[in-house]
Design a protein around this ligand. Structure first.
Ligand code: MF3
Ligand code: CO
Length: 258
């Protein structure tokens, strides 16, 4: 599959899709309070889908059974929402949501701390993962390379003593949730494909407090840290423009906003 560079018209559709994802994620995150189940969060996501008249990108994707991924504590990604999984104060939960609008996809994830209290260790892991995504986004200028993005993400996380997951990577985004190119959260600057204006990618660092090794549970979705250390995940869908990154799944302006 070749990279599909987007026209201005397509970028505007991707922006609408991205804003819908951001709005629905706001609702889901607000509902992630102690006592809520991860299935409750899936229902909040489903309500957002009907209200904004978008189509889930996850439900049915390779047989995935929900509209949301909820990844609690040692779960890295692809946790399936459950009625019997109740959130507790101090849990960290990765909330990953994607949907289609006008035929185009938005894909984004956040990790939040549930309730008022968590350990400083967990908070630092969450903050560092969000910052590592920001470091990657800062490299999204035409002429840079995918390795510049990966290295920026990796160095920021590893400087805090964490590891970045290599088994899952970011991806191009367009009419499909997963398009070329793969976007690793690791690499070396000056290597990899050159990025240019019109490229739309999801950068999605998964950062583990312990080792980077992944284990997939018997449900064939839930990816946990092999050492059961905590893990955090953030993701944005980003358009590369002549002025730099336009973070499509974030309402606030970015350097490449029109
Ligand atoms: N946002 C994720 C990704 O980029 C989750 C998709 S997994 C799914 O790959 F099965 F739920 F769709
Ligand atoms: Co993604």
């Amino acid at each position: 599959m070749r990279i599909k560079y987007k026209s201005v018209d397509e970028l505007l559709k991707l922006r609408d899709a991205g804003l819908a994802v951001s709005e629905i994620l706001d609702d889901i995150c607000a509902a992630a309070v102690p006592g809520a189940s991860t299935a409750d969060l899936d229902r909040v996501a489903a309500n957002g889908i009907s209200r904004l008249k978008v189509k889930s990108a996850f439900l049915g994707y390779q047989g995935y059974p929900a509209v949301l991924c909820t990844s609690v504590n040692e779960v890295i990604v692809h946790g399936i929402p459950r009625d019997d999984e109740v959130l507790r104060d101090g849990d960290i939960v990765g909330i990953d949501f994607g949907s289609f609008m006008h035929g185009f996809c938005g894909d984004s994830a956040r990790t939040i701390v549930v309730g008022g209290q968590t350990s400083p260790e967990r908070q630092k892991l969450v903050d560092t993962t969000r910052e590592s995504l920001e470091k990657g986004i800062e490299k999204c200028y035409p002429g840079n390379r995918l390795g510049d993005i990966g290295e920026a993400v990796q160095l920021w996380a590893e400087a805090q003593g964490y590891s970045v997951v290599k088994d899952f990577v970011g991806h191009g985004v367009g009419r499909q949730m997963h398009e070329d190119p793969p976007v690793p959260n690791y690499g070396r600057s000056g290597t990899g494909k050159r990025i240019k204006s019109g490229l739309v990618i999801a950068i999605e660092p998964m950062v583990n407090a312990g080792a980077r090794d992944v284990e997939v549970l018997e449900d064939e979705w839930t990816a946990v840290t092999q050492d059961r250390s905590m893990s955090a995940h953030f993701e944005h869908t980003i358009a590369i423009t002549d002025n730099g990154p336009w973070v499509l799944t974030q309402a606030a302006p970015s350097p490449g906003s029109p």
